[in-house]
Design a protein around this ligand. Structure first.
Ligand SMILES: *Cc1c(COP(=O)(O)O)cnc(C)c1O
Length: 395
């Protein structure tokens, strides 16, 4: 981008992303709202009636955003994204609250992270607040129909995506891009499923992210190559991979979720622990951040009858985890992310060992259950909190 920026005509600076220019072209072919059972069937990802698209060009900047019928994109076979994975995305949910309102959860965390991901993969910058306004506009139109008032507790999954569209077989920074936002009502992730996760620790020959890499960015290039290890784990009877890094087996993430432990140290201190973000290996999850924030409100935990708890972002290895298990210091393990929310881990397979977590299989431990209830209350409008962002339902 920087090397060719000088070709911009003098006096004509590229247009910034501007949600106030949005043009609305409603679909002439609205789709029926699927029944609850259709949503759970495995027919594929279905989206709502509309999507938002915005083109970008290096010379002219961001074009007029459009809300239009959901449908296929037109791309040249040589489009940058198809060859060089110039793509980044976000994943968030909009919830129908028990107070009748539609809410996003900390949306500014997602839009700011999307800007970071875009920058890492040489895609254009934008004002995250404008992206948020576009997401809100789509949900103001499709939210009331697909998340009816009569179904509190339901949600849509929103996927803002940015791709490089320049026709080029030259691996170079895209000069054209397309930002689009779709909302899927297909419930891929049964967050209330009765079973917990069985994780298979990755082998040294399969690494998800590494120092100096891009594990911290939500870019497509992080996910396609991880599917092979995921398939291998499935074949062995596990659902997800627990990604390790380095010869000492540092624990990083669980599938595409952040990973937490609750354990007692050898000094008898109860710790809620998750791997740190430094080194840019781990994705800065919104759920991770929120779990940490809630857990650090020591007052709330104390009031709920928990004793002293330390909340730490700290490296730990598979060996530390094994020892804690052998010494009966392991209390809870859980994976967190927007898609699955908070899911207990029942078991971890590592080389010839199996680490089993105490407690009933598939049931949240007491610490994670407490934190989960707090967050669910905010998402579903049971408690008013600044993290809940209410969508106006008309446009
Ligand atoms: C999206 C994602 C997460 C979870 O992030 P949230 O913001 O909580 O949804 C964790 N790890 C990876 C690798 C992810 O892609």
């Amino acid at each position: 981008m920087t090397s060719t920026a000088s070709t911009t005509p003098v006096g004509a600076s590229p247009m910034p992303l501007d949600a106030s220019r949005l043009i609305i072209e409603r679909t002439t072919n609205p789709q029926p709202v699927p029944s609850a059972s259709d949503r759970l069937s495995s027919l594929g990802s279905r989206c709502t009636d509309h999507m938002i698209t915005v083109k970008w060009n290096e010379q002219t900047g961001w074009s007029v955003p459009k809300l239009e019928a959901y449908g296929p994109l037109t791309l040249m076979p040589t489009a940058s994204v198809l060859h060089y994975a110039t793509e980044c995305f976000e994943g968030m949910k909009v919830y129908r609250g028990f107070d009748g309102k539609l809410r996003l959860f900390r949306p500014e965390c997602n839009t700011e992270r999307m800007l970071q991901s875009a920058t890492r993969i040489s895609l254009p910058a934008f004002d995250p607040a404008e992206l948020q306004k576009l997401i809100v506009a789509l949900l103001a139109v499709d939210g009331p129909k697909f998340l009816p008032n009569s179904e509190p507790g339901t949600y849509l999954y929103i996927r803002p995506t940015l791709i490089g569209t320049t026709e080029t077989l030259n691996p170079q920074t895209p000069r054209d891009a397309l930002l689009y936002i779709v909302a899927s009502y297909f419930t891929i992730f049964p967050e209330d499923s009765a079973t917990g996760l069985k994780l298979l620790a990755s082998e040294e020959s399969m690494v998800r992210a590494w120092p100096g890499g891009f594990g911290f960015a939500k870019i497509g290039a992080n996910y396609g190559p991880a599917m092979l290890a995921q398939r291998y784990a499935k074949e062995k009877g596990y659902q997800q991979v627990l990604w390790l890094l380095g010869e000492d087996g540092q624990v990083t993430e669980a599938g595409a979720s952040n990973f937490f432990l609750v354990w007692r140290t050898r000094d008898g201190v109860v710790q809620i622990v998750t791997p740190p973000l430094d080194g840019k290996i781990i994705l800065d999850g919104v759920t991770r951040r929120s779990v940490l924030d809630i857990a650090k409100e020591a007052v709330t935990l104390k009031e709920a009858g928990f004793g002293d708890i330390e909340v730490v972002e700290q490296k730990f290895t598979m060996q530390d985890l094994l020892e804690a298990s052998q010494e009966d210091r392991l209390l809870e393990g859980f994976a967190v992310g927007t898609a699955f929310f908070i899911v207990p881990v029942d078991e971890i397979g590592y080389q010839d060992n199996v680490v089993t977590f105490p407690g009933e299989k598939g049931k949240d431990g007491e610490h994670s259950a407490f934190i989960k209830e707090k967050l669910r209350g905010i998402m579903l409008g049971l408690s008013q909190h600044e993290w809940g962002f209410v969508i106006p339902e008309e446009y």
